[in-house]
Design a protein around this ligand. Structure first.
Ligand code: DGP
Length: 115
């Protein structure tokens, strides 16, 4: 838990969110500003500021984030049609919330390269 971290506050339920998945290690909730018909975020409950701050001890936890993202995609009904997973890191990566999160976006064809 990091004081003042928005996603820690969502994990702690002091900030409301539309939660779609929870287990011991991860929480997933709908993105407040969706850019696709289905758009959720999967976060580790442990505060990690960004992927640059993850350590080898976080490897299993990050795997749980990815597997959680797959489950979320299935739950949102885009598992079979396909979806995109994104982790933004730092200014050029477009990171705006400094708690590791995996975007799960689907429900429309994605383009490449991303903007
Ligand atoms: P990023 O730019 O990769 O750091 O993504 C942060 C995402 O977090 C962005 O898509 C919008 C979303 N977001 C920001 N504030 C809130 C909030 O208060 N609640 C929820 N559910 N999502 C938020």
């Amino acid at each position: 838990m990091s004081t003042g971290c928005l996603f820690c506050n969502i994990v702690a339920r002091t900030t409301p969110a539309s939660i779609v998945l929870e287990d011991e290690h991860v929480l997933a909730f709908r993105d407040l500003r969706p850019v696709a018909p289905s758009h959720a975020l999967v976060v580790p409950k442990k505060h990690i500021t960004g992927i640059n701050d993850a350590t080898p001890e976080d490897a299993a936890l990050l795997g749980q984030v990815l597997l959680g993202a797959r489950t979320v995609a299935e739950q949102l009904g885009v598992g079979a049609s396909g979806y995109r997973l994104v982790l933004n890191q730092g200014p050029d990566g477009g990171q705006s919330v400094f708690h590791v999160h995996c975007h799960v976006m689907g429900g429309r064809p994605m383009t490449w390269p991303p903007g």
